[in-house]
Design a protein around this ligand. Sequence first.
Ligand SMILES: CC(C)(COP(=O)(O)OP(=O)(O)OC[C@H]1O[C@@H](n2cnc3c(N)ncnc32)[C@H](O)[C@@H]1OP(=O)(O)O)[C@@H](O)C(=O)NCCC(=O)NCCS
Length: 200
Amino acid sequence: MTTGERSPPGAGLAAAVREVADRGRAGEFDLRSARACDLAMLLEMLDDAVRWLNSRGITEQSGTDAFSVTPRRVEAARRWVESEGAVVAERDGRAAGVMVLGEAPDHVPAPEQPEVYVTLLVSSRYPTARGAGAALLDVAREVTRARGVRQLRVDCYRGGSGALVRFYRRHGFAPSDRFMVGAWPGQVLALLVAEATSPG
Ligand SMILES: CC(C)(COP(=O)(O)OP(=O)(O)OC[C@H]1O[C@@H](n2cnc3c(N)ncnc32)[C@H](O)[C@@H]1OP(=O)(O)O)[C@@H](O)C(=O)NCCC(=O)NCCS
């Protein structure tokens, strides 16, 4: 989850997301574009994530209130599922993770080159959903390549033990800018995807 709310995806993102989602698979997971009717599913996933974080003593990242009780957050979730950059990973027909791609939010430095931005990444807590977030990051790389740009960025909470920053580092992102939203410490991370090699 991020603190910011989504900006409309830039031209070309929708087509790149469709192209990659239509391939249908990411590792163990089935892919599809999100739909407006996914709102209840996403809110449940976000509420479970807050409960899971809180159960591990992590209360500063996303607070302690369920996502679904705050109208501003419900509205953000509604825009996310309706966004053209929203992808759902499923396992055996059950949602395992949701990722929303879009543009950099206002609370981070503007990009110095064209990019794709991970606006939201969250996974379910049932055991076989493990790895859905990582698989969706592979999808984000593919979308970045399909979009014809090289930079992929994300931001996350950098407080606590720094485990979330380490998660993104493990998946190839390098920390770039740090920022604060009030007392909330954030970290921007970036990776450059390899340029597509032309056949022949
Ligand atoms: C981040 C996330 C999408 C990754 O999903 P995944 O690929 O299925 O991987 P896992 O859930 O197994 O998490 C991978 C590791 O990161 C850790 N981790 C994940 N989110 C974390 C968080 N917010 N704070 C601290 N550690 C976190 C997990 O404990 C796990 O550690 P381990 O390998 O030592 O067990 C998922 O863990 C999630 O939804 N987290 C809560 C919401 C969140 O923080 N989203 C990212 C916002 S930028």
